[in-house]
Design a protein around this ligand. Sequence first.
Ligand SMILES: Cc1cc2nc3c(=O)[nH]c(=O)nc-3n(C[C@H](O)[C@H](O)[C@H](O)COP(=O)(O)OP(=O)(O)OC[C@H]3O[C@@H](n4cnc5c(N)ncnc54)[C@H](O)[C@@H]3O)c2cc1C
Length: 278
Amino acid sequence: MSYILSEETQDIIEAVHEFCENEVKERAKEYDRTGEWPAELYEMGKEMQLHLMEVPEEQGGLGLDRLSTAAILEEMAKADAGFALTYGVSGMPLIPILKFGTKEQIEMVCSKMVEGSFGAFALTEPQAGSDAAAGKTTARKEGDEYILNGRKTFITNGGYAGIYVVTAMTDKSKGLKGMSAFIVEAGTPGFSSGNHEDKMGIRGSNTCDLVFEDCRIPAKNLLGKEGEGFKVAMQTLDVSRTYVGCMALGIAQRALEEAVAYAKERHQFKLLKNQPFI
Ligand SMILES: Cc1cc2nc3c(=O)[nH]c(=O)nc-3n(C[C@H](O)[C@H](O)[C@H](O)COP(=O)(O)OP(=O)(O)OC[C@H]3O[C@@H](n4cnc5c(N)ncnc54)[C@H](O)[C@@H]3O)c2cc1C
């Protein structure tokens, strides 16, 4: 694939490869066993600006295009899928914010990320997965604020992000057209993270519930227009699903490499080295 990637991207992939070989691969065994958030490792990744892949250059990020981001996530997933997912999802709120956000929103979110915040994207609810329209989280406008109430589930980086894009129903009677999207900052009163999922795999990635209890956010944090939330969500998933596919490719490549290496070192039936089986 190198022929379609810029020299800069290939250099980043090489640096990520080195980092993963030296720092991620060995630690992954331990944090995958314990399910603990490898804070120190993620701080090291931030020093490499891995959480800024899609933050535009003029906002202090790497400003990479989607192909480059996908190729880097594929490389990370060869070392550990949880590590890749954390950085992949961290950039997820930027997908809609760069498209639907105001200049002020873009500047606020990018500066938070440059300061070290991870991002998260919250659509799923206990009763609303594939059927996103069944979401029960509400956002009621009062003066120059929206008041959020409800619960999101399975949210990647949910317990550790600084910036969230959250969907909520502003008018339930309109179905999908009554959904809106909002930018919510960690630490906003009434917003907390709940149950942490003790997953079977990709355990270096944090997955948890988000709880909104009369959480007041400024009305200017509405992303796009009221009623555009489903469009915002689907256009975000159009991109992020391709990233998930690239991470799956990285996992498959590593599995193949490990299998080939093992097949080459394992001898059976007292065959002489290099002697063909048949
Ligand atoms: C590790 C992990 C991380 C995640 N991170 C995030 C995140 O960051 N943000 C977020 O918002 N969500 C996240 N999710 C949630 C994820 O998007 C949902 O799990 C997904 O939308 C599916 O929803 P569900 O789990 O409720 O399954 P369901 O929607 O209940 O689906 C169960 C099964 O039924 C099938 N099915 C559903 N509808 C139909 C239909 N109409 N016809 C036929 N078959 C159907 C599905 O294909 C699936 O096989 C994450 C999930 C996981 C496991």
